[in-house]
Design a protein around this ligand. Structure first.
Ligand SMILES: [Zn+2]
Length: 286
């Protein structure tokens, strides 16, 4: 079956627009099937925008095909005054490296944390300027602004421009992939996620993450907006040491995402992992 992408949907919509225009000009068309096809195309495009790991809107990093015993940890939504230093200390204890997908506005508020993470050998990546819940509704110009402002600040603070981008909540639109390509940025999703902003039960999160103990896994965690357990502690305080010990016990080295990608073996087949164990009912974002 031929591969479909966003451009095909737009071509279909344009063709159907032409049909409707012909109808408006008095030519014979069948409006009901044409409208149904437009609705179906729009529904397919909307579904793709809301699907964080779909390749319909451009290349996406999920699980990396590698023969090396390596796993990438990624932390979103920071830097966070309370959590980022604790995470940096835990990573140092386990000689682990990670990627921090920083929100530009937060990085401007706590530049010392970005410098500290970069200075400890972690990679700093781009997670938009504002982390707007409307990100996927932005046009090309606004998206470029979100990417470029953050890119400039993080490059300045860390000494190296980010090489990966992740959209807020993973929602994208068809304008994002061309902008990333122009900037030589790769789009990073994940293979396993903890739901650590939504789930207050560390044991349940640890169980979910136990499925991520495999080479090439890209694990999504959060230093910003971490859920609190029954005692009021951020869940990662309990979960992260368990995860790091589990990875170590399996002989898996914890690396940042660019390092994992550098070991990508193109001879291996794509290794998508189906997502299971959905999060608890989400509360409103922010
Ligand atoms: Zn985020």
């Amino acid at each position: 079956m031929p591969r479909l992408d966003a451009r095909h949907v737009f071509q279909a919509v344009n063709a159907l627009d032409g049909l409707l225009a012909a109808g408006a000009a008095g030519h014979a068309v069948a409006p009901v099937p044409a409208l149904a096809a437009i609705a179906a195309s729009q529904a397919a495009l909307t579904a793709a925008c809301l699907c964080p790991r779909c390749r319909f809107l451009g290349p996406v990093i999920t699980r990396v095909a590698t023969t090396k015993p390596e796993v990438a940890l990624t932390f979103d939504d920071g830097p966070d005054e309370a959590m980022t230093p604790r995470i940096l200390a835990l990573l140092a204890e386990h000689d682990a490296r990670a990627s921090f997908f920083c929100i530009g506005r937060r990085a401007r508020q706590a530049p010392q944390l970005v410098r500290a993470a970069a200075g400890a050998g972690h990679s700093i990546e781009n997670h938009s300027w504002d982390h707007s819940p409307r990100f996927a509704l932005f046009g090309s110009r606004r998206l470029a602004h979100e990417i470029d402002e953050t890119q400039d600040l993080l490059a300045d603070l860390s000494g190296q421009a980010p090489s990966c981008f992740r959209a807020p909540v993973g929602f994208r639109n068809p304008w994002l992939a061309p902008l990333l390509a122009e900037r030589a940025l790769r789009y990073a999703a994940w293979s396993h996620r903890a739901f650590d902003t939504l789930d207050p039960a560390p044991a349940r999160i640890a169980r979910r993450l136990s499925r991520a103990l495999m080479p090439g896994a890209v694990i999504l965690l959060h230093d910003g907006r971490n859920a609190r357990d029954a005692a009021g502690r951020p869940v990662l305080e309990t979960v992260l040491p368990t995860l790091l010990r589990g990875l170590q016990a399996r002989g898996l080295r914890v690396v940042d995402l660019p390092t994992l990608l550098a070991g990508h073996d193109r001879a291996l087949p794509s290794q998508d992992v189906p997502e299971r164990d959905a999060a608890p009912a989400p509360r409103a974002f922010r």
